[in-house]
Design a binder for this molecule. Structure first.
Ligand code: MLT
Ligand code: ZN
Length: 457
C-alpha cells in the first residue's frame, strides 16, 4: 500500500531523493537471495551518513513506521526483507573505509562496505580480515555484524563478534551510540559489540565498526580428503586440528552434494572413484605448509583418497566442490536452509539420521548436507517442498535440539525460525531478550517481525 505523500515528504527531508517509492526499484529490495522470502514495501530509503540513519529512525518512530535494515541482502532466514510491508532501510550507502591503523592492526569501516572490499583493503595494507563467507562480494560489514556472520574461517579466527572492537549504531530511539576507539582492553561495563552482533537489526542499526585485522598467511595448501563414513571424517577433523595449528578451514561435503555441484557447474568429479564423504581442509601459514599437511593426513586412519593443491587456481577448483553447493542447490528451487550446530559427539548421528527424518515428514523432499564441521556446524538444505511448508523445518530443528545442538549456527533466526527459538533459549532468556528490545527500541521500529515473536512485546 502506498504511503501518504506527507510521510514520504518527511523522509525525503532527511535523505532527499534517496527515499524511493518507484515500485520497480523497491522490488529489488523485497525478495531474499534464495527466493524463498518474498516481501513487499511502499518505500526504500538509502542514507549515506550516520546522521541520516538517525534522522530516518527518528522520523519512522514519530510516524509509527516499522523499518527493516538491509545490507547486501544475502541473509538466508528472511530477516532482511520486508515481509509485512515495512520500509526498507538500505545501509549500502555507508561506504566509508578508513586507512588501516598499522599499530593497532585495526580498521574502521562503514556498514555498507562489502566484505570483498574490506578484504582487499586489508590485504593491500599487509593485513587480512579474519572472516570469510561465500557471499563476500555482496555481504556488507553492517549485515555481517547484525547476523554475526561465521563462514569458512571461524575455526581459526572466530566469528564476526570476535572481530568487532568497536561499534557505531543508531538505537530504536534514534540516539547514536558511538564507541569506536578500538581499545583491546576496556572493562567499563556492557559490551555493545557483543550485544549488537547477532541481534539481527532488532536493537540498533549498525552504521560503522572498528574491526580487528589478522596477519596475512601467504602460503596455503588445500586438500580434499575422502572417507567411507562421516564418523571417520570427524575423527580425522579432530586429529587434524591438533596436528596442524595453522588449520584455517575444515569443511564437510557428501557425495550427493558433490554430484549436484558437478552437474550444475560442469566440473569433473574430484576422483575417478565416487567416495561418500569428504573433508575439505585449508592450511595457511608464513611458510609452505604442504609438507606438514601431507604428513598430518598420512597419520589419520580411514583415508580413501586425497587431492592436494597449492597453486591458487587449483586451490580454487577444490574449494568449488564446497562453495558451489549453495548455487547448485538453488538450481532445484528455493531451498529451506536449516543451519544447525551439533556437539561434535552427536554430529555423525545427526547427519546419518536427518535425510530419513526429512523424507518421513515430506516424501518429496530431498536433503543436502554440508558445512563447517570444524565448528560442529552443518547446513541442512532441503529442496522439493514449498516455501511455506514448515513440516521439515520442524522435524530437523527438533532433531538438532534433541541432540544438544542449536537451531542456528550462523544464519540467525530471522522470521524463518522464530517459532522454534524456545528450543534453544529458556523462558528466562527470552524474557531478558524482550526487556533489552524494549529498552533500546521502545516503539518497536527496528525489524519488529524478526527474532522474537509478538514483535518484541
Ligand atoms: C555456506 O556456508 O555456504 C552458507 O552459509 C550455507 C548455505 O548456503 O546454506
Ligand atoms: Zn555457512
Amino acid at each position: 500500500m502506498a504511503l501518504p505523500p506527507r510521510v514520504v515528504e518527511r523522509l525525503r527531508q532527511v535523505v532527499g531523493p534517496r527515499a524511493v517509492t518507484d515500485p520497480e526499484v523497491v522490488a529489488s529490495y523485497t525478495t531474499d537471495w534464495t527466493g524463498r522470502f518474498v516481501g513487499h514495501s511502499p518505500l526504500m530509503v538509502r542514507p549515506r551518513t550516520t546522521d541520516e540513519v538517525a534522522g530516518i529512525v527518528t522520523a519512522c518512530r514519530e510516524l509509527e513506521l516499522a523499518l527493516v535494515p538491509q545490507g547486501g541482502n544475502t541473509g538466508l532466514v528472511g530477516g532482511g526483507v520486508p515481509l509485512r510491508g515495512e520500509v526498507v532501510l538500505s545501509l549500502t550507502g555507508l561506504k566509508d573505509l578508513e586507512a588501516v591503523d598499522d599499530r593497532a592492526g585495526q580498521v574502521t569501516a562503514g556498514a555498507g562496505v562489502a566484505l570483498a572490499d574490506l578484504q582487499q583493503s586489508a590485504s593491500a595494507a599487509g593485513w587480512s580480515y579474519g572472516v570469510d563467507i561465500a557471499s563476500r562480494d555482496s555481504a556488507t560489514v553492517g549485515g555481517m555484524i547484525a547476523t554475526n556472520a561465521g563462514g569458512l574461517r571461524v575455526l581459526r579466527y572466530g566469528d564476526t563478534r570476535a572481530q568487532v572492537m568497536g561499534l557505531e549504531a543508531v538505537l530504536g530511539t534514534g540516539a547514536v551510540l558511538s564507541h569506536l576507539g578500538g581499545l583491546v582492553k576496556d572493562n567499563t561495563g556492557y559490551h555493545w559489540p557483543g550485544l549488537v552482533c547477532g541481534s539481527e537489526g532488532t536493537l540498533a542499526v549498525v552504521t560503522a565498526a572498528r574491526l580487528r585485522l589478522v596477519p596475512p598467511m601467504p602460503y596455503r595448501t588445500v586438500a580434499l580428503v575422502a572417507f567411507a563414513a562421516v564418523d571417520s571424517a570427524l575423527d580425522a577433523a579432530g586429529l587434524l586440528r591438533r596436528a596442524l595449528p595453522s588449520l584455517e578451514a575444515c569443511e564437510l561435503v557428501l557425495a550427493p552434494g558433490v554430484d549436484l555441484v558437478c552437474s550444475a557447474t560442469g566440473m569433473h568429479p574430484p576422483f575417478p572413484v565416487r567416495h561418500p564423504v569428504f573433508l575439505l581442509i585449508e592450511v595457511a601459514d608464513r611458510t609452505d605448509p604442504t609438507g606438514s599437511t601431507a604428513e598430518a593426513v598420512e597419520t589419520i586412519g580411514g583415508v580413501l583418497d586425497v587431492a592436494v593443491a597449492t597453486e591458487p587456481a587449483r586451490r580454487a577448483d577444490l574449494w568449488r566442490y564446497r562453495e558451489a553447493h549453495t548455487e547448485a542447490i538453488n538450481t532445484l528451487g528455493a531451498p529451506h536452509k536449516l543451519d544447525v550446530t551439533l556437539p561434535l559427539g552427536a554430529l555423525a548421528e545427526f547427519v546419518d539420521t536427518v535425510p530419513a527424518t526429512v523424507a518421513a515428514a515430506v516424501p518429496t523432499a530431498r536433503t543436502w548436507l554440508f558445512g563447517h564441521v570444524g565448528d560442529g556446524n552443518i547446513h541442512v538444505n532441503v529442496t522439493g517442498l514449498s516455501p511455506d511448508d514448515y513440516r521439515v523445518d520442524d522435524v530437523v530443528l527438533r532433531l538438532a535440539a534433541g541432540l544438544g545442538g542449536s537451531i542456528s549456527a550462523e544464519h540467525g533466526i530471522g522470521t524463518a525460525k522464530k517459532r522454534w527459538l524456545s528450543l534453544s533459549r529458556s523462558p528466562t532468556e527470552l524474557a531478558a531478550f524482550r526487556s533489552l528490545k524494549h529498552a533500546l527500541d521502545p516503539d518497536n521500529v527496528l525489524n519488529p517481525n524478526v527474532l522474537l515473536d509478538s514483535a518484541g512485546g
